[in-house]
Design a protein around this ligand. Sequence first.
Ligand SMILES: NC(=O)c1ccc[n+]([C@@H]2O[C@H](COP(=O)([O-])OP(=O)(O)OC[C@H]3O[C@@H](n4cnc5c(N)ncnc54)[C@H](OP(=O)(O)O)[C@@H]3O)[C@@H](O)[C@H]2O)c1
Length: 298
Amino acid sequence: MRVLLLGKNGQVARELQRTLLPFGTVIALGRNELDLEDVDSIEPSLQAHAPDIIVNAAAYTQVDRAETDQQAAQRLNAEAVGFVADFARRHGATLVHYSTDYVFDGTKDGAYLETDETNPLSVYGRSKRAGELAIEASGCRFLLFRTSWVFSADGANFIKTILRLAKERPALRIVADQFGAPTSAELIADVTSLALAAHRRDMLADGIYHLTAAGKTSWHGLACYVVQRASELGFELKAGPETIEPITTAEYPLPAVRPCNSSLNTDLLTRGLGLSMPGWTVHVDRMLEQLRRQEQTS
Ligand SMILES: NC(=O)c1ccc[n+]([C@@H]2O[C@H](COP(=O)([O-])OP(=O)(O)OC[C@H]3O[C@@H](n4cnc5c(N)ncnc54)[C@H](OP(=O)(O)O)[C@@H]3O)[C@@H](O)[C@H]2O)c1
C-alpha cells in the first residue's frame, strides 16, 4: 500500500509520519516537492506516486492573513483540494482531509454536530468549507476530520505563544469569550490512523467526522492552565494565572472574525471507533513536559 502525505512539515503531518507507517510505504511531500497552489503540478505529482491513500494535511492556516490573501487561501484550501479529490476518485484512492471548527458561526447553544448547518465567518472558514464541498462533490472515498485549536511542540500555536509571552511579560490580556477544545496534533494523528484502519475494513463509512479532545475552555482558560502547569514544571515565568486578565473579543479586534462557540460533538467518531477522547488538558500536559525536557537539555 502506498500512502501519500501532503504538507509534511505541518503540525498534524509531522505526527502522521509516525501513525501512518502501519499502512505501508509513506511518501511525504512538503511545499518544496509539491506546491499545491500550483494546481497544474498536482496531477503529474500524484500520478508519479500512484497512491492508494492520500492524506492531505497541507492547508492555508493563517486565519488573519487570509482576509487579505483570499485567492491564495481559496486556491490551497478549496481548488487544490478539489483536484486531489478528483484524482482520488479517478484512481480509486482514499482521501483523508482536515477541516475546521471555523466552518460554523458559533451561535449554537451546545456542541456542533456534523450535520449542523455551516456558516463560516471568515475567508479561511469559507475556503475550508469550499474544500469540504469539493470533496463531497467529487465522489471519491474519503474521511474528513473537522478539528479545533491545534497544537504541537513543534508547531507555531497559541500555547507556545503564551509560554513565550509569560516568560517576557508580567501580565497578559487574553480573550475569555471564545470557547473550544484545544486538540493536539498527536491525538489527531493517532485517531486518524485508527479511523483509517476501520475505514479500510468497511467498519467506518465515508464522511465528515468531528475530531477534538473532550471538554472545552476559553483562550483565557487555556492560557491560565498553561502558565499554571508550566510554572509547576519549573519554567521560569514572569506571568501567573492571577496576572492574566480576561478580556472580550471586542477588546482584542483581529482581521478575521472567530466563532464564540467552537465546540464540536465527537460522538459520531467515538461511537464508530469504540473509544473516548481524552480531556483537553491531557495532551497540553504532555506537550509542556516535552518542552520542559527540551529546555533542560538545550
Ligand atoms: N492549526 C489549527 O489551529 C487548526 C484548527 C482547525 C483545523 N485545522 C486544520 O488542520 C489541518 C492541519 O493543520 P496544522 O495545524 O497541522 O497546519 P500547519 O501546521 O499550518 O501546516 C500546514 C502545512 O501546509 C503547508 N502548505 C502551506 N501552503 C502550501 C502549499 N502551497 N503547498 C504545499 N503545502 C503547503 C505548510 O507548508 P510550510 O511548512 O512550507 O509552510 C505546512 O507544512 C489543516 O487542514 C487545518 O486547516 C487547523
